[in-house]
Design a protein around this ligand. Structure first.
Ligand SMILES: Cc1cc2nc3c(=O)[nH]c(=O)nc-3n(C[C@H](O)[C@H](O)[C@H](O)COP(=O)(O)OP(=O)(O)OC[C@H]3O[C@@H](n4cnc5c(N)ncnc54)[C@H](O)[C@@H]3O)c2cc1C
Length: 339
């Protein structure tokens, strides 16, 4: 199938904030050859190429003068199975949550804590998606990416991806690689990550004493559905700020001033603070300016009540950043990818 390129397309349906900007060109890439064709098309038109997935980690602040390529490739397969460890591979355009459900249907554990995260498989390594005590680096078995400059394919091992908290080589080298397919090492035996308090609590409430991976997935889905706004109803990109890492000295000072401070000491001596707690303490929860706002129940989530522009959402984010820096001497970093 040849690439179908459309011109002057609204990206509103393609970003979870529901921000209405236009793309000069737009195409779906169903396979590697579509991606190569898109690169050639962009070169002829002399515009950059910009790859997206589900658009759930983007803030679009202006029209996109580029060829926007949405990864729409499909395919799930088992690559190896020794009776205990199973390596599965998914094409980049597979939607993340149905992929997680597929692994659970195969009787495999490893991805259950990451249930219901919006977006695609191909974008998951970009920021090493994580939730409820698990990140994809914990079950990652490799990926194949296309080098946009040389046109060569490269297989990446875990070490080569430089995964860190909401970070990776692919985020650091934005625009260099197109991730085509991702592999995960999962298990037939049940080895669950249940150290996240609210998850244990939810399983207890549900009367589950010996949970299966499917039980954990269901518990995660029920917590997430209560806690986070559904982008189909209220535009958002999930957590808008990363949880900041600060020195132990600053964390201790803040703890004295604010005994309720939510802080997690890290192995390297730094302390991770809960950004949502800081924003809530500073009084931003439920704040609304026009159609840009801070969610009523979740201070970490910025929302679009209808027709907020990306620039308005960014201006609100910058006001929050300045206020948190003033109150707590902590610099918040924006998590979604800005355009
Ligand atoms: C309600 C809600 C809850 C969320 N909860 C979480 C959470 O718990 N944990 C978490 O980590 N994230 C969370 N997110 C953020 C988001 O779901 C993830 O970052 C997800 O992986 C983004 O996938 P996407 O396909 O939508 O990527 P997009 O938003 O389309 O793209 C994100 C970035 O990846 C690049 N990209 C996309 N696909 C490719 C590819 N194939 N090759 C190269 N680059 C690519 C894009 O250029 C862009 O820079 C949440 C978002 C929402 C809306």
């Amino acid at each position: 199938m040849t690439l179908q390129v459309q011109s002057q397309i609204s990206l509103r349906p393609y970003n979870s904030f529901g921000v209405d900007v236009r793309a000069r060109f737009f195409a779906d890439a169903h396979n590697e050859s579509d991606v190569r064709e898109a690169l050639a098309y962009a070169a002829v038109e002399q515009v950059p190429l910009w790859v997206i997935g589900g658009g759930s980690n983007l803030l679009l602040t202006r029209d996109v003068d580029a060829l926007v390529v949405r990864m729409s490739s499909r395919g799930l397969r088992v690559l190896s199975d020794d009776g205990e460890s199973v390596v599965v591979e998914a094409e980049a355009g597979e939607v993340w949550h149905p992929f997680v459900l597929w692994t659970l249907e195969q009787g495999l554990s490893g991805l259950e804590n990451l249930s219901l995260i919006p977006g695609t498989v191909g974008a998951a390594p970009m920021q090493n998606i994580g939730a409820y005590g698990v990140e994809i680096k914990d079950v990652f078995a490799g990926l194949t990416a296309l080098n946009r400059e040389s046109g060569e394919l490269k297989d990446f091992s875990l070490d080569e991806c430089a995964f860190a908290y909401r970070d990776s080589l692919f985020k650091q080298q934005a625009g260099r690689w197109v991730i085509l397919r991702v592999r995960f090492k999962l298990h037939r035996s049940v080895s669950l990550a249940l150290h996240y308090g609210p998850l244990q609590q939810r399983l207890q409430e549900q009367g589950v004493s010996e949970p299966t991976a499917l039980d954990v997935s269901r518990a995660v889905c029920s917590i997430r559905s209560e806690k986070l706004p559904d982008p189909a109803v209220l535009g958002n990109a999930g957590s808008f700020f990363k949880n900041p890492l600060v020195s132990a000295e600053l964390a201790a000072e803040l703890k004295q001033a604010y005994p309720g401070l939510v802080a997690y000491p890290q192995a390297d001596g730094q302390v991770k603070l809960a950004a949502g707690w800081l924003i809530e303490q500073a009084g931003w929860k439920g704040f609304r300016d026009g159609d840009a706002g801070v969610h009523k129940l979740q201070a970490l989530v910025l929302v679009n009540y209808g027709s907020a522009s990306g620039a308005q959402l960014l201006a609100l984010a910058q006001r929050i950043q300045a206020d948190i820096a003033k109150h707590f001497r902590v610099q918040l970093e924006i998590e979604p990818n800005l355009y």
